[in-house]
Structure formats: structure tokens, C-alpha cells
Design a protein around this ligand. Structure first.
Ligand SMILES: Cc1ncc(COP(=O)(O)O)c(C=O)c1O
Length: 378
């Protein structure tokens, strides 16, 4: 029997994607083209005025002294850890429930990721588990603001400062998220952002950025992104070629002007989902005083696979972020972790499902998604 999804596609009925970047572009086309033409005509393609302006505006938006554009979120993590001097033999405490890049950056420095289980409702590192994992080799804590919901930064900062540890925030999924009026990226020694196209603030390619209050960290990241050089072919350390380019900065400037509207639309769509799905599945939790930006709207249910199959049959996209916690990944066998060590993360991996969420998602599609989920759960 032909799958309904195939039939829908043949009939030309709309599928509902996870994000709709073409719709976003259609809305911004003229402004983006003007900004890009500006760059092309200027002849300044690397580390020119657009990157400088974008860095200045992002620093202002986050209320931090420094913002440094780099080539990706992965490199924002790499360069931040390297700028803090984290290297061989060091340990960095982080979460097993995140995108692989978080721990790749730790391992690239020659350091060892040490996992702490997560909170079941927010999917963020559980601050209560951090202290018992600290050893004489621990140098930093690396929380991730999963799906756009800030981690418990005040409690993490408190433990870290008591033990003299650095804090590096993985803000890849959480541009604009905040606790009270403090935005993520302004808590730790460094905040690491990704501008991967589907992110809250997305480029038309790869891009990333580091925020920091500390002028010496900023200076080191600026050097490291440019082969360890301040210029003039004099090199102070071994760095990378990891610069945000002018064309990406030009695109990001256009979207940055609208960021609060984008976040408000996501929050409104999340509110509609929660209203329709409360009691049917577990909906995302927003703790009091925390401002979630809903990079993902992630439900959880023991019937996850049945819900996912029903959505697929109706031509509705959904994604499991993430199906296998990092301590169980083949690539990390060498760390010596076993199944059962981080039960909250392991259970989450079996139950989570992220639904389509983006500013252009219309209420009729959302109602259709919720109807399919209600029917699947029965
Ligand atoms: C939590 C997390 N950390 C790091 C990254 C890496 O960012 P990028 O893809 O820009 O290298 C991502 C994004 O994909 C992410 O979701």
C-alpha cells in the first residue's frame, strides 16, 4: 500500500517542514540582496565593516563588552576553550544530552568530557550532580541551553566559582534566551553561539560567535580565529582560520534587526502547542523567571514512536533530538561510560520528539499537527 506521505506529495498537498527557510528568505529578499551587494561592491570580504558592526550590535544586545564572530558554533566552542588554556589532561564537566559538537570541542583540546545527568523536564545539565564529578583535573563546566531553555546558570556559577572553575556556555540553540534580564552568553567566561541556518538567528551558511566580558579572553579569541596573529604575519600562538565572513555578517545584520519579533513568534507558537497538547504529552517546561526561545518545541511521551509514525503518515515533519546520548556513542567508547550511568538522559532519548516551530508556521498547520498527535495518543 502506498504510504499516505507519498500520496500527499503526489497530490501536491503541503507537507509541514521543521523550518521554512525559503519563506523567511522571500520576506527578506530585497534587504538581504542590498546588504550582500554592498559587500560585493566594497571588495572587503573578510573581517571588514559588516563583521565589525554585527559584533558591536550583538555585544550590545547581550549586554556584554565583547563579541567575536567566528566560522561556526563548533569553532566558537573550540576557540573559547583554547583561549581559556584548556588542554591535555584537563577535565570539562558537561551534559551527555546535547549535539555532538559540544564534546568534540572538548576532545579537540585534548581534554576529557565528564558527564553529569540532566533534569528530566528541561533536558539541561542537573546542577546538583556537578560537585561530585569535580576532581583536581577539572578546569571548566560547559552547560548547554538545550532547545532554547537556559540552564540553571546561577547555581552553576556558584559551584564553579567555589571550585575556581571556568564556565563556558553553549548558547548554540539559545540566542536571546534569558534568566530575568540576563541573557545567556553573559553568565560564563565565554558564550558560544551558532548561526547555522536553522538556528534562532541563522546565516545563509555557517557562522558562529563568542561573547565575553573579559578583554583578555576576547583578545585571545580574536587572535586564534586568525592563525594566532594580530596581523602583519607575526604569530603569537597556533590558531585556526575561523572567521565569520562579510557576506554572512551582512545576512545576519538583516535578521538581527528582527530578532525580538522572531523570538516572540516562536513563543506564541509554543504557547499554542502547549494549550492544545497539555495532558496529552509532556510539554516543554519554562521555569519561573526563565525566558525560553523555543529553538525546538520538544515534547516527551512513552508513545513517541507511534506519534512520530502518525505525523509522518500525514506529511508532518518531526525529529528526535537526540536519539542516543553521547556516552553511548561509538565514537566515545574510549571514555569508558556504560549504559545505565545517566538514566535521565537515556530515558529522554527514548521519549523526546521535536515538532515544527518557526515564525512562519500558521495556526491551521499547528492545529493539524496537534490533532494528529491527539489521535495517535488516543
Ligand atoms: C548544542 C549545540 N552546540 C554546538 C553546535 C555547533 O554549531 P555549528 O553547527 O554552528 O558548528 C550546535 C549546532 O548545530 C548545537 O546545537
Amino acid at each position: 500500500m502506498m504510504k499516505r506521505q507519498t500520496l500527499l506529495a503526489q497530490k501536491g498537498e503541503a507537507m509541514i517542514p521543521m523550518v521554512d527557510l525559503k519563506a523567511e528568505y522571500a520576506e527578506l529578499r530585497e534587504e538581504i540582496m542590498r546588504e550582500i551587494a554592498d559587500v560585493l561592491e566594497s571588495g572587503r570580504y573578510i573581517l571588514g565593516p559588516k563583521v565589525a558592526e554585527f559584533e558591536r550590535l550583538v555585544a550590545g544586545y547581550h549586554g556584554v563588552k565583547e563579541a567575536i564572530g567566528v566560522a561556526s558554533g563548533t569553532d566558537a566552542l573550540n576557540l573559547s576553550l583554547k583561549a581559556l588554556g584548556i588542554g591535555r589532561g584537563d577535565e570539562v564537566i558537561t551534559t551527555p544530552f546535547t549535539f555532538f559538537a559540544t564534546i568534540e570541542a572538548i576532545i579537540y583540546q585534548g581534554a576529557r568530557p565528564v558527564f553529569v545527568d540532566i533534569e528530566p523536564d528541561t533536558f539541561n545539565i542537573d546542577p546538583r550532580g556537578i560537585e561530585e564529578r569535580i576532581t583536581e583535573r577539572t578546569r571548566a563546566v560547559l552547560p548547554v541551553h538545550m532547545f532554547g531553555m537556559p540552564a540553571e546558570m546561577e547555581r552553576i556559577e556558584e559551584v564553579a566559582s567555589r571550585h575556581g572553575l571556568h564556565v563556558v556556555e553553549d548558547c548554540a540553540q539559545a540566542f536571546g534566551a534569558r534568566i530575568g534580564d540576563r541573557k545567556v552568553g553573559g553568565f560564563g567566561d565565554a558564550g558560544c553561539f551558532s548561526f547555522y541556518p536553522s538556528k534562532i538567528l541563522g546565516a545563509c551558511g555557517d557562522g558562529g560567535l563568542v561573547t565575553t566580558e573579559d578583554a583578555s579572553i576576547a583578545e585571545r579569541v580574536r587572535m586564534l580565529r586568525n592563525h594566532g596573529s594580530k596581523g602583519g604575519y607575526i604569530h603569537h600562538s597556533i590558531g585556526l582560520n575561523s572567521r565569520l565572513d562579510e557576506i554572512q555578517a551582512a545576512v545576519l545584520l538583516v535578521k538581527l534587526r528582527r530578532i525580538e519579533g522572531y523570538i516572540a513568534s516562536r513563543r506564541e507558537r509554543a504557547r499554542l502547542y502547549t494549550e492544545a497538547l497539555k495532558g496529552v504529552v509532556d510539554c516543554p517546561v519554562e521555569k519561573e523567571g526563565f525566558h525560553h526561545v523555543y529553538h525546538q518545541y520538544t515534547i516527551r511521551s512513552p508513545l513517541r514512536d507511534r506519534i512520530r509514525a502518525s505525523l509522518r503518515d500525514e506529511g508532518i515533519s518531526s525529529v528526535v533530538y537526540y536519539p542516543l546520548p553521547l556516552h553511548l556513542q561509538d565514537a566515545l567508547k574510549g571514555l569508558g561510560y556504560r549504559r545505565g550511568e545517566f538514566p535521565v538522559a537515556e530515558r529522554a532519548a527514548l521519549e523526546v520528539l521535536s515538532l515544527p516551530i518557526y515564525p512562519e508556521l500558521d495556526p491551521f498547520s499547528q492545529e493539524r499537527i496537534c490533532e494528529v498527535i491527539r489521535r495517535a495518543v488516543g
